[in-house]
Design a protein around this ligand. Sequence first.
Ligand SMILES: N[C@@H](CCC(=O)N[C@@H](CS)C(=O)NCC(=O)O)C(=O)O
Length: 208
Amino acid sequence: MILIGQYDSPFVRRVAIAFRLYEMEFEHRPWSTFGDGDKIAPFNPLRRVPTLVLFDGEVVIDSTTILDFLDEEVGPSRAMLPEYGPARRAALKICALSTGLADKAVALVYEQALHAQTSEIWLARCRDQVEAVLDALEVSRAASNAPFWFGHMISHADIAFACAWRFVTEAHPSVVDIARWPALAQAAAHCEALPAFDEIKQVFIPPR
Ligand SMILES: N[C@@H](CCC(=O)N[C@@H](CS)C(=O)NCC(=O)O)C(=O)O
C-alpha cells in the first residue's frame, strides 16, 4: 500500500501513526499538495492528502475513511475505536473535534499564505473556532486522569488530537498559548513521547 502526503499534515500523520501502531507495512510518497499536485491528481482528483493506494490499485481518500479501512483490516479486537454504541460515538466526537480543529488551522494557513488580501472576518472566525474547540477538548481531557483519552489504551481520538495539536502549535504559535490548555498539552506530550509519534513527524512547511 502506498500512502501519499507529507507528515506535516495532521491528517496524513494520524494515518501513518495508525499504520505503525497496527504494525502494517506501507510505502510512503511524501508528495506536497501544491508542489506535487500533478503527481497526486491521477490518484485523487481533489489533489488532497492523505491518499492511500491499495495493492490492487483501489484508492481510498480522506483520513477518516482510510482509518475505517485500516480498522476493518485489523479487525474489531485490535481496532483503535470501540466497535459500536456510546463509547464509539464519544471517541468519534473527539476525533471530529480534533480533525475540525486541524481543518480550521489549515484554513488559517491558506488564508494567510495564499491570499494577497486576507479576510479579517475569516481569520477571526477561524481563530475563534480553534480556541473554542481547544476549550471544549480541555474540559473533556481534564475530566480523566487516565493515560489516554478513554482509558489505558490509545485510540484514534488520542492520535487525531495529538496530530492536530502539534500542527496548531507549530503553525499558529501566536494563537495557541499552551499554558491555557494544560490537560491538552500534557496529553499531547504523552503521545509525542511514544516511538511511533517520534518516528512519524515533520516540521511544518507553509505552502508558497
Ligand atoms: N478531511 C480531509 C482533510 C485533508 C486535508 O485538508 N489535507 C490538506 C493537507 S493538510 C490538503 O490536502 N490540502 C490541499 C487542498 O485542500 O487543496 C482528511 O481528513 O483527510
